[in-house]
Design a protein around this ligand. Structure first.
Ligand code: NOJ
Length: 957
């Protein structure tokens, strides 16, 4: 009887799952299904942490346990409520950083820590600290001009920079550290809650707690802890049910949380990925911002719901300084934000005004993760570029991409067969529209078995790729991490037989639904499995691939159609002994890391390559470009793409973009056109569209729109030398490429929240049109001492003011900064590799004093030889009517035929009498032809005819 009820219910559950899968496909054309995703109220640990009340911290620092070393100190913390002890370690780090780690003193099970090398590039380098005070109430230590005060009871840490308080930890007393514990016997017997009654009856009996193998000595610790602790139990600590899914939580509650305050700061940024404004909002009336990699297609805008990737990094910025914190934890994380200024009612603002209240602004944040340890890196800036460099020291930067990958990518789900690919390629040429890479989505495979081809549609993949590569183009194929569970599919059987698949809570291969139907997932957390995956990309293993095939990793959160919140069950087991709960947010990084390694290995590490990923974590920037997933072809999604890419760039993910045109729906021509005009400024530029949408390759649009799009793409291509230089600089210093104005104008409060316009490096300002029917817009020109030139008309705009400018459909408001020199290549070509040897035009925009400066970086555009010194990094300077070029990095030497064809000096006051060039490679001074446009105030110097590597000076008289 019991058995038959159970069977009936199990088949009911299967039915529900099936219905869910179907709905996944059906809802592809409506809004996000919010109910698939947890709210904080539906998450036990979120609720428990959010319920913490300020001012009641039970934690005290045990002063007698203090130990001080040259670079670090450690001290025990005691939770007075349950007598559990924790150990706190504080480290001084090089480059003006601190690290604070809090873990259990004697855990009954080791808590997960992200291995060094996976998110962090290396063990962070330590820096000396000095203990300057220790008494019964507080401990003070210093590092250079920074000071950390540890208050004993209640425990808190205050960090000062030059005596200014900048960051406080546990100042509100919201710290919570759920130690691993044994399940109370009454819970084992009765089940943890009434809510779990249903699922308890229809699943296997839970394994006796902590029955897994334990390392030696752990049994003893367990006993010690058991004696010491008394715990408060709450219903969902040992089991939690969301919709039809029950999380077995074999290790019980394990969350960690603490508050971090930023005294003096009103603005905080970062923690992508959210479809929200760049300046983060307070969460008083919403859920906290959530970081949990999920497949949230057709996401809702301006809310803190989780999306595909997570970088737990936040910056706080004010006119005086920038600081940051990096929460080094890969478990599901939520962040609450409040602010004493933003959270005030209108009435209290009015009251302040009347009373003249000078309250110092402060932003308070509260971070909590489901498991792991508290591991906070404190980045003390003090400038914006300092904090970016500090974060780059921890997690690395994006290696210089090959030139084709920063050009234009043409994608669609799907290009149907070889003829389709051929015809799209030919049409781009016919209509003279540049593009570099064409993409194949899942239908190119044999039954969604990655690394295979649907032979009836793609009988000769190598030949197809060759036809593209003769024009310098590449082909992308999609390779998702789910493997179809089919006996004849060798990638799957190989992984299965080697024991490489992630396991469900019972230890069997995890079986979930994705595109191919029943699927399993390799355990990318294991280096051995990653190595196996890497080998699959060799030309001999991946049949039909060539060195010109590159890869797209999608669905790597991972997406599991019938899983809770469309992802893995949290009790999925990994080979390292941990559950997915502990490391969920870094799984996707491991996928694209192994993929990139595979592509690099094909050329023995000689050629650079390209991978696009949807899921990401801190450190992903070292391996892959990122896109913002399944957006919608609507104006609002075009608009939000700017703050989303700004936030990604702030968090180190410089090589990022959004689907141009929008993935879902059929955008009207005006919208597609405006989207291209915006997209040509995304660091990663790809058009993409859903299977059900109408074809919308640019050549299919009415001529007016096609012409405008062609111009926008040509603008991108002409600026590739500038983009390439920016990517090189970003590899060196980790600065965002697509950056908010505050990065370059850190003292201009009016730009702190501006996220509808942006800078590309320091020299280009853009405010693309993102509103329907708009033909003019207000542009803020930053910098009271700066001037800006319209890149088309050379019209001048004073900095420090906002001006309304005309922006008819064929106009993108884009400006070059006075005082900058930008190298461009103006000959239109079909792809970027056909531009390799093309000559440069230098656009010199003079500042108010008549000076300018700029840089160019170049190399062979595709190999790693630049790391062996085969590159050129040069600087151009214009002052006192002399324009000269010099090498700024003597380590770089590179022979190239690229030369300077033209120089345009913008903002030049009068037609000169004579212009001559002196080439220091021996030639005498030579007179140059010129033309002056008095209306534009532009001076064009023709054919200086010098190689880009030459040292020369042009004199204007
Ligand atoms: C979801 C991705 O976000 C989308 O870009 C892709 O086209 C589909 N998966 C099919 O592979």
């Amino acid at each position: 009887m019991a058995m038959s009820i159970q069977c009936a219910l199990i088949s009911q559950i299967k039915m529900l799952q099936l219905l869910f899968c179907l709905s996944y496909f059906v809802i592809l054309s409506s809004a996000v299904s919010r109910e698939n995703f947890k709210t904080c109220e539906q998450s036990g640990f979120c609720k428990r942490n959010r319920a913490m009340q300020p001012g009641q911290s039970p934690y005290i620092a045990l002063i007698d346990s203090l130990q001080v070393q040259a670079n670090s100190l450690n001290i025990q913390l005691l939770n007075k409520n349950n007598n559990v002890r924790l150990k706190l370690e504080a480290y001084g780090l090089q480059d003006n950083m601190f690290r604070v780690k809090i873990n259990e003193l004697s855990p009954i099970k080791e808590r997960y820590e992200i291995p060094v090398g996976d998110s962090l590039i290396e063990e962070p380098r330590l820096h000396n600290i000095n203990l300057s005070q220790k008494d019964k109430d507080k401990i003070v230590f210093t590092m250079d001009s920074n000071k950390v005060v540890i208050s004993v009871e209640p425990f808190r840490m205050d960090i000062y920079s030059n005596d200014d308080p900048v960051i406080s930890i546990n100042a509100q007393g919201l710290m919570k550290f759920e130690h691993y514990r044994k399940k109370e016997s009454w819970l084992i017997n009765t089940g943890s809650s009434i809510f779990s009654w249903f699922t308890n009856h229809f699943r296997e009996a839970p394994p006796a707690e902590n029955e897994e193998e334990k390392p030696e000595g752990e049994e003893k610790k367990e006993e010690e802890n058991a004696v010491e602790t008394k715990t408060e139990e709450e219903p969902d600590m040992w089991e939690e049910t969301f919709k039809t899914f029950t999380d077995s939580k074999p290790h019980g509650p394990s969350s960690v949380g603490i508050d971090v305050s930023f005294p003096g700061f009103e603005d905080v940024y970062g923690i992508p990925e959210h479809a929200d404004t760049m300046a983060l909002k307070t969460t008083k009336t919403t859920d906290p911002y959530r970081l949990f990699n999920l497949d949230v297609f057709e996401y809702e805008l301006y809310n803190p719901m989780a999306l595909y990737g997570a970088v737990p990094l936040m910056y706080a910025h004010n006119e005086m300084r920038t600081v940051g914190i990096f929460w080094h934890n890969a478990a599901e994380t939520w962040i609450d934000i409040s602010s004493n200024t933003a959270d005030k009612s209108v009435f209290s603002h009015i009251a302040d005004f009347v009373k003249g209240n000078n309250e110092i602004p402060q932003t308070d944040t509260h971070w909590f993760s489901e498991s792991g340890v508290i591991d906070i890196f404190i980045l003390l800036g003090p400038t914006p570029s300092n904090v970016f460099k500090q974060y780059a020291r921890l997690t690395g930067t994006t290696p210089l991409p090959p030139l084709y990958s920063i050009a234009y990518h043409q994608c669609r789900w799907n290009y149907n067969d070889q003829d389709d690919v051929k015809s799209v390629d030919a049409n781009f040429d016919k209509y003279d529209i540049p593009y570099d890479v064409i993409w194949l989505d899942i239908e190119h495979t044999d039954g969604k078995k990655y690394f295979t081809w649907a032979h009836e549609k793609f009988p000769h993949p190598e030949e197809m790729i060759k036809n593209l590569s003769v024009k310098g183009r590449k082909l992308v194929t999609i390779v998702d991490p789910h493997l179809k569970r089919e006996d004849g599919y060798s990638v799957y059987t190989d992984a299965r037989d080697k024991g490489y698949l992630v396991k469900n809570k019972d230890g069997n291969d995890y079986d979930g639904w994705c595109w191919p139907g029943s699927s399993s997932w390799p355990d990318f957390t294991s280096a051995e499995v990653r190595e196996w995956w890497t080998s699959k990309f060799s030309l001999s293993e991946y049949k039909g691939s060539t060195p010109d095939l590159i890869v797209w990793n999608d669905m790597n959160e991972p997406s599991v159609f019938n899983g809770p919140e469309i992802t893995f069950h949290k009790d999925v087991k990994h080979m390292n002994g941990y559950e997915n709960r502990d490391l969920h947010n870094i799984y996707g990084l491991y996928v694209h890391q192994a993929t990139m390694d595979g592509l690099l290995r094909r050329s023995g590490g000689k050629e650079r390559s390209f991978v696009l990923t949807r899921a990401f974590f801190a450190g992903s920037q070292r391996h892959s470009a990122v896109w913002t997933g399944d957006n919608i072809g609507e104006w609002s999604h075009l608009k939000v793409s700017i703050p989303m890419i700004l936030s990604l760039n702030l968090a180190g993910i410089t090589f990022s973009g959004a689907d141009v045109g929008g993935f879902f729906k059929n955008p009207e021509h005006e919208l597609i056109t405006r989207w291209y005009q915006t997209g040509v400024f995304y660091p990663f530029l790809r058009a993409h569209a859903h299977l059900d949408t109408k074809r919308r390759e640019p050549y299919l649009l009415p001529e007016e729109h096609m012409n405008i799009i062609r111009e926008a793409l040509r603008l991108r291509y002409s600026l590739l030398p500038y983009w390439y230089t920016l990517f090189y600089q970003a590899e060196q210093d980790g600065l965002p490429i697509f950056r908010p104005l505050w990065v370059d104008y850190p003292k201009s409060k009016e730009v702190f929240r501006m996220d509808d316009q942006f800078l590309l490096g320091s020299s280009i300002l853009a405010k693309p049109i993102t509103d329907q029917g708009t033909t003019n817009t207000n542009v803020h020109f930053p910098g009271r001492h700066d001037i800006w030139y319209d890149i088309d008309t050379y019209e001048v705009y004073d900095g420090g003011v906002t001006k309304n400018v005309a922006a008819p459909l064929d106009k993108i408001p884009v400006y070059q900064k006075g005082g900058s020199i930008i190298p461009r290549k103006l000959r239109p070509r079909r792809s970027s590799s056909l531009m390799y040897q093309d000559p440069f035009t230098l656009i010199v925009c003079l500042d108010q004093q008549g000076n300018a400066k700029g840089e160019i970086y170049l190399d062979d555009y595709h190999t790693f030889q630049y790391r062996n010194g085969e590159y050129l990094h040069r600087e151009f300077t214009f002052n006192n009517n002399n324009l000269s070029s010099k090498n700024i990095d003597p380590k770089g030497q590179f022979n190239t035929r690229e030369w300077i064809e033209k120089i345009i000096i913008v903002g030049y006051p009068k037609n000169p009498l004579n212009i001559s060039i002196k080439n220091f490679s021996g030639e005498n001074s030579k007179r140059l032809a010129h033309k002056y446009n008095s209306e534009e105030k532009s001076l064009t110097i023709r054919k200086p005819g010098v190689n880009i590597a030459d040292v020369w000076t042009i004199t204007i008289e």
